[in-house]
Design a protein around this ligand. Sequence first.
Ligand code: NAP
Length: 279
Amino acid sequence: MRKKVGLIGYPVSHSMSPQMQNGAFEKAGLSYVYDKYEVHPDQLAEAVGDMREKGFAGWNVTIPHKQAIMPYLDEIAEDALKIGAVNTVVNENGKLTGYNTDGAGFVKGLMRHVSFPMEEAKVLIIGAGGASRAISYAMGKEGPKTIAITNRTMEKAQDIFSECLRDQDQVISLQEAEERLTDFNIVINTTSIGMKEDRLPLRVNHLKAGTVVSDIIYNPFKTALLKESEKRGAIIDNGVAMLVFQGALSFEKWTGVAPDASLMEKIVIEELGGSYVNR
Ligand code: NAP
């Protein structure tokens, strides 16, 4: 019988993880099946118990359950504890362990574009929501020279600085980030600005050529930030890589085998094909 894995969230109908994961299982010759399960917040405890009992090998967790699931797990890995959210559960003979592969997945994708040593990296992170928390922690672990974090709501950036960043990092205002943009060689947008409207999370007049600009939004394919940055000679990347590599790391935790991430990326891009804007 095929081993079960999947995704729980509310809603989950939009998720491309089943296509991406099932394609990778097939390519690897592994007998697993990945499905999505819509779990209402009131039914989370019951769903976790059910999946444990039914012998799921593990599963992914998305909004709104990433924090709420933590009390129902037997163990939580250090990264997930620091980030304060779980996106991957592994079930080993009924013992449930929670991990977070969002930040590490983002970093894996980003590193494909960084051609300088991390000790020389000066990183700007725009946004201080859930995705920013995972990315901030994972970026800090890579040992860049500095990370500056900025956000509309400064208290949230301050919280991430205190809980996930290092002493040499800093919180700056959006205005300061715009004025000092030339200081950074990696700029990451973790806000949702650009998803529904052609708007920039900050002005990019001072962006220097060669800066790596990553936007974790993947639809549209090129947000206003990526378009404007590309015009200024930046190296750009969108959020497909984060989606793919967080999934690839989950796959590895369930199976002990690394999947074909290029195939997963191809599947996601094909899935998005029809709905992509600005390709
Ligand atoms: P979240 O926790 O709700 O955080 C949203 C962030 O966007 C906050 O920094 C928020 O600022 C900012 N923001 C939203 N509307 C704004 C506005 N009108 N003006 C200024 N700032 C605004 O969301 P999240 O879960 O971190 O997700 C953020 C984005 O990342 C979403 O677009 C999501 O689709 C994308 N994402 C992509 C992946 C991937 O795999 N590629 C994974 C996760 C998330 P305030 O704090 O001031 O409200």
